[in-house]
Design a protein around this ligand. Structure first.
Ligand SMILES: Nc1ncnc2c1ncn2[C@@H]1O[C@H](COP(=O)(O)OP(=O)(O)O)[C@@H](O)[C@H]1O
Ligand SMILES: [Mg+2]
Length: 357
């Protein structure tokens, strides 16, 4: 069983608190992705699991055993980092074999395991080459094969794809997901890229400023972000945010901003009336050309192929972005109304950013 439990884990660097009391349970065999902006404490958290950093306080257990006092090599983990750290003077074969040779595994077994790992990562033709003769994507596969070969129950990965070009990064996502399905090991993966987290994770841990903001399945986080921070971090384009107040009207609730009035879902508790809030709405929940909507002027259209983004000027602090059918004929300067699907409206406390609905 390779489940990992973090209990009240804190890491200070001098006076700076990088990780502020993280509690987390990584389930056996799950693909867990820690995501958040640069500097939020992802690498520090991962390094405390691996043993490269010691927690200032708190407890870390792997497979039911507290590992705080164990060296990295005693924790039964495999690690893949952004900096691949391949040995330049060794062949791909010897790079992959390295961990087994350290453990004095018999030569015949080394050979069959190296070949199997190379096969799994589709790099068998590269075994005689040196890292300098491999492309970025190939080197990434060598680094993964080198970890797979030691058969760890837990894989720790820190931004392993960030040095690859965009196309390769997308291909490698699919490959990593397949690899996880095949190995059935526990994966803990760190990235600042929300799309990587959404596409690969069984569950996502969103971090910000050294704390966990939300833990959940990708679609749960996308559909029900726990805070304005999480809402703004996931999804392209970024969620629209509008500041205003909730008011009661005709037995229901409405959101009232300086130049926009929006009906809210009937299911909302009436106690929210009077609250200062930020309303968040994703571009796919903006209806363009609605009767009785808010008037706006098309400022910009971005065709993306399968859909187009339309930016509306409506006198708000920032333009409002809507997703529309690319076949729809709209032009810059057109005057149109828009409104929001009440079910797609997210409400956040204006002061704390906490979700209210
Ligand atoms: N060895 C260190 N000494 C001092 N500060 C550090 C050290 N490592 C990380 N930090 C600080 O801790 C915070 C979290 O860093 P890190 O975990 O690397 O963030 P992330 O991986 O999310 O980008 C940052 O403010 C960073 O500057
Ligand atoms: Mg990092």
């Amino acid at each position: 069983m390779a489940q990992i439990v973090l209990k009240d884990v804190v890491k200070k660097f001098g006076a700076h608190v990088a990780v502020k009391g993280v509690n987390l349970q990584v389930r056996d065999s799950e693909f867990l992705i820690m995501v958040g902006p640069s500097g939020c404490g992802k690498t520090t958290t991962l390094n405390m699991i691996s043993g490269l950093e010691r927690p200032t306080s708190g407890e870390i257990a792997i497979g039911g055993r507290v590992v705080n006092d164990l060296e990295p090599g005693e924790r039964g983990l495999g690690m893949v980092f952004q900096d691949l750290a391949l040995f330049p003077h060794l062949t791909v074969y010897e790079n992959i074999a390295f961990g087994l040779r350290v453990k004095k595994v018999a030569e015949r077994e080394v050979d069959s395991r190296v070949r199997a790992a190379a096969e799994a990562m589709h790099i068998s033709p590269l075994l005689a080459k040196r890292p300098a003769q491999c492309s970025g994507g190939e080197s990434q596969r060598v680094a993964l094969a080198r970890t797979i070969v030691t058969n760890p129950a837990v894989f720790l990965m820190d931004e392993p794809l960030s040095s690859l070009d965009a196309k390769l990064r997308v291909d490698m996502r699919t490959e990593l997901k397949r690899l996880h399905a095949r190995l059935k090991a526990t994966f803990v993966y760190v990235t600042h890229d929300q799309a990587e987290a959404m596409t690969m994770a069984d569950r996502i841990v969103v971090m910000s400023g050294g704390v966990v903001e939300q833990v959940g399945e990708p679609l749960e986080i996308y559909r029900k972000p726990a805070s304005q921070f999480v809402a703004g971090f996931f999804g392209t384009p970024t969620m629209n945010f509008l500041s205003g107040k909730i008011e009661s009207a005709n037995g229901g609730l409405v959101f009232q901003a300086s130049n926009l009035r929006q009906r809210l879902a009937a299911s909302l508790p009436s106690g929210l009336a009077g609250r200062n809030v930020v309303l968040g709405v994703r571009s796919e929940h903006v209806t363009v050309g609605a009767n009785g909507g808010t008037p706006g002027k098309v400022q910009l259209i971005e065709p993306l192929g399968a859909e187009s983004l339309v930016f509306f000027e409506f006198g708000g602090a920032t333009p409002l972005v809507a997703k529309i059918d690319p076949e729809r004929s709209l032009d810059t300067g057109d005057n149109l109304t828009f409104d929001f699907d009440p079910a797609g409206c997210h409400l956040f406390d204006a002061d704390t950013g906490a979700r209210l609905n």
